[in-house]
Ligand binder design. Structure first.
Ligand SMILES: [Fe+2]
Length: 150
């Protein structure tokens, strides 16, 4: 069964929400590949999923750091452990083991829980920080425009 993207998975930061939606798409592709039993296809999707998730995690961590989120270290650790877990699946799949069913259960439950619990936890602070940064940029634009066009 594929994951359906919906408002309950949104944390209210559009750039993060669209990255999460893309991860969900990858997981749903893994779900489809499960039925074809094509090992090569599975390994390709898994590689893409890991690549994309790594850059998403790095982005998320930079937003948390900028906002001064106090639990960024613990959150990063959770990200690292997840990647290591998926890499273990990759190793087993390369060795020829059929891991798709187990993998899908882990991917789906992990992502949904992580978004709803861990990511929701940083969202308010990051949102405020992003709005503040936006306001600072706009405030700077005032005198800059005046200097340029006076
Ligand atoms: Fe996260």
């Amino acid at each position: 069964m594929t994951i359906k993207w919906g408002p309950e998975l949104e944390i209210g930061i559009p750039v993060i929400d669209s990255q999460h939606a893309r991860i969900v798409e990858y997981i749903n592709i893994v779900d489809e590949v499960q039925h074809t039993h094509n090992q090569e296809q599975l390994l390709n999707v898994l590689n893409e999923l890991v690549d994309y998730t790594l850059s998403h995690f790095a982005f998320e961590e930079s937003l948390m750091e900028e906002a001064g989120y106090p639990f960024v270290k613990a959150h990063s650790k959770v990200h690292q452990l997840f990647i290591r877990r998926v890499e273990d699946f990759q190793t087993r799949a390369v060795a020829g083991e059929d891991i798709t069913t187990e993998l899908l259960t882990v991917l789906k439950t992990w992502l949904v829980n992580h978004i709803k619990r861990d990511d929701k936890d940083y969202s308010d602070l990051v949102k405020v920080n992003m709005h503040d940064a936006e306001r600072r940029v706009k405030a700077q634009k005032g005198p800059w425009f005046k200097r340029l066009f006076a």
